[in-house]
Ligand binder design. Structure first.
Ligand SMILES: [Fe+2]
Ligand SMILES: [Fe+2]
Length: 190
């Protein structure tokens, strides 16, 4: 299964070597964190390898199988479509029904409140895999080896800060997830 996914994604992203490197970086990082935190390593590997599968499909291709309600919901944030499309493709082409794997892919861009450990690991790994060169990437990884909730918060903050730097606004959904993990890290939510 893993070898099959590796060759599928390598073929799919063959014209995007940087992205392919990123995907394999997420894979390595997610496997490490899965071992440390007792999360199923195969599930982490599958989600990591497939999370950006639809990244370079056209918007038309990405939304082809997404339900209309979600297409409308994310019309202002089309970056989300590649995540939803990848989850659909994995389910349809590889018969993966495991909702934890599919959710980890669906929510890898912003994260969300109440993530499972697998979701957290994919979200964090996407942010801090070794090819990510921003200042806090290694800090996020180091933190994640000890405390996933703290690392989620740092990764969310890095992503939101990056948007502000580019003069863009984070979505309500992204801010809600960030607020949720601020509360978790203050011990207000168990
Ligand atoms: Fe992505
Ligand atoms: Fe990614």
């Amino acid at each position: 299964m893993i070898e099959q996914l590796k060759s599928r994604v390598t073929e799919k992203l063959k014209d995007h070597p940087k992205r392919l490197q990123h995907v394999f970086g997420v894979y390595e990082t997610a496997c490490k964190l899965a071992i440390i935190h007792g999360v199923d390593q195969e599930k982490a590997a599958i989600a990591a390898l497939y999370h950006d599968y639809a990244k370079y499909d056209t918007i038309e291709e990405q939304i082809q199988h997404i339900e209309l309600k979600l297409i409308k919901q994310y019309a202002e944030y089309p970056v989300i479509y590649h995540a939803l499309a990848a989850a659909i493709s994995l389910e349809q082409e590889f018969m993966i029904k495991d909702q934890d794997i599919l959710n980890a892919i669906r929510h890898h861009v912003w994260g969300r409140p109440k993530m499972s450990d697998l979701e957290k690991i994919i979200f964090i790994s996407d942010s801090c895999e070794p090819n990510r060169k921003f200042d806090d990437a290694s800090l996020i990884f180091e933190t994640a080896t000890k405390d996933l909730n703290h690392a989620v918060l740092l990764a969310m903050k890095a992503s939101i800060d990056y948007l502000y730097q580019k003069g863009l606004l984070p979505s309500q959904e992204q801010l809600e997830a960030y607020t949720y993990y601020q509360e978790v890290n203050r011990g207000e939510i168990k």
